[in-house]
Design a protein around this ligand. Sequence first.
Ligand code: SF4
Length: 713
Amino acid sequence: MMLPGERHVLLQSHEEMLLRQPVTLQPGRANRPTRVATHCPYCALQCGMQISGPREQAAVTGNETFPVNKGGLCVKGWNAAELLDHPERLLHPLVRDSGGTLVPASWDEALTRVAQAFQDLQQRYGKDAVGLFGSGSLTNEKAYLLGKFARVALGTSQVDYNGRFCMASSAAASNIAFGLDRGLPFPVEDISQAEVIVLIGSNAAETMPPLMQYFEAQRTNGGKLIVIDPRTTATARNATLHLRLTPGSDAALANGLLHILARDGFLDTDYIETRTEGFAAVKASIATYWPERVERITGVPEASLVQAARMLGRAQSALILTARGGEQQSQGVNNTLAYINIALALGLVGRLYSGYGCLTGQGNGQGGREHGQKADQLPGYRKISDPAARKHVAAVWGIDEETLPTAGKSAYEMLSSLGHENGVRGLFVLGSNIAVSAPRALYVQERLRALDFLVVADFFLSETAQMADVVLPAAQWAEEEGTMTNLEGRVIRRKRAYAPPVTVRTDSEILCELAARLGKGAYFAFTSPREIFDELRRASAQGLADYSGITYQKIEGQQGVFWPCPSEDHPGTRRLFQDTFPTPSGRARFSAIRHQDPAETPDAEYPLYLTTGRLLAQYQSGTQTRRVARLREMAPHPQVEIHPTTARQYGLSNGDMAHLTTRRGSALFMVKVTTTIREDTVFVPFHWGGRQSVNRLTNPALDPTSRMPEFKV
Ligand code: SF4
């Protein structure tokens, strides 16, 4: 246990540490980097960019030498620096006073209040009364530290993160099928070489524009693109073939395609025989998915199904790429497994310029799901239920293995437990705006209000922070060091370009300081992110996501290192599964999948499907992008997209305001009449809060394996 004086010393040393970190400054011009090569704060493409100029006029340029985006950025990346000096930025801790108002406070006062509240709650209700909610936007170091903080500083099992609302279904499916989940098990450059690509539920042209250079190169090379999406998106418009399926019918569509491929003799029987297991059950299960039936379920004409299957079956190389469309459903894992079955049956996985991959969405969606901020997981993609994993990680952390908690609740299950007896009573949220991004948002807000204590670390007063008892102002992406793992599994370095304002701290500093106040400072005596990374490397050693051979220097030298990288002389692994799979038999596993209806289907009372998604100019809950002038100009508010026939039926025209209502609640949106949406479906983007929050309407029905809510149907 540290003495009060020692805590104070630690606090100071962290401030000093923050200022000591190396920044390339022009001589005599404090806080003006000559040019720092780093990465975008937003999505999983993690485009390389350079920042230059004084922070109040920081300029961003694309980094042409970074092999993923090759200099390209989208409008979000170009405008990322605007938030560094934004007038609404939080610069001081805030605490709620006796009158219920958030007022400025010192760090000492704020952190004392947090530590005290957590200790009181744990004494009264047990260790699991305090929970943590992390984010797929945290660096690897912070995600690792958060998981360790939960298990070591608080001893709680209640830790999970918003990646459950993003990539969890694909991650679970890949683990089942391949024994390993790395979003893309190959570099993005393979996209340009594939003869055929099937892209499912992704509007990459809007969400990741720099990625489209690879699709354009693929088309120039004579390649074909099949898009599966209920909407005619910008991506679908440029496809060779667009299968406009009914929301929630992915598994039927995938089974139908596999049925035709088998019927027409396109399967790779040698591959099935030598590299997979479980095909017999799949063969039996797809027998009933004849094209007429699949057309009835999916709304996709039989001729298009046959055309897609033949394109795919005849290709020498093909990629099957899924994204949130098929994954964010209560059948998300099964949908993904059904698409993986096609990749395995055609012998694509492990073949050059071929395979299955998931286009991860969140900035560190990949690394964020590998190192322990997930309820059932320890660093290195280890299972918390695995005795060998517990032993290894406990040894690295220097704790008794017996004190490691077991698996906690998944994200939505933890949120629905808030304030209930035996539920979480005190919650710490980092880098997430759950009041907007969680499904059934009104209920989640009710649960947040029922908490005894809520603390939020963020750099703006998000909708969730507005509800907090204590708000801790955090450093932004360009103000701290760390690593991120992009959608290819490439570990890259996010470099600090500016010192954060002196009154602001990094999430890592906050966690270390709080650990000290909870009497666990000895386990969190880190003086830099690099030290945290070095411990993460040891904790991940010999795990599935093995980072032990990755160093900051190596990342620099190689423009990123692909995991697994088990030793410092190992170059990293660009392509996986070429010879074997990390399953007990070394074979990939088929799964027999049956189509099931979504948790809710249209009926007389609620006659339309609702689907949700992203826009080019906004990102996630919009906490950041809604504050950027250019992005606000491009997308000032959400619109409900509705087909002209449906709009006529409801007497709606462009620009009208329409109430959308589901069994969870109502929200108000401006109408956009468009033929890009099916007649039976409406679409709303999810980047806004309050009465414009589409997550007031979404269904928290969870996938039984990934615990992913049904955002898309
Ligand atoms: Fe940033 Fe993603 Fe846009 Fe690249 S595509 S600039 S990583 S938001």
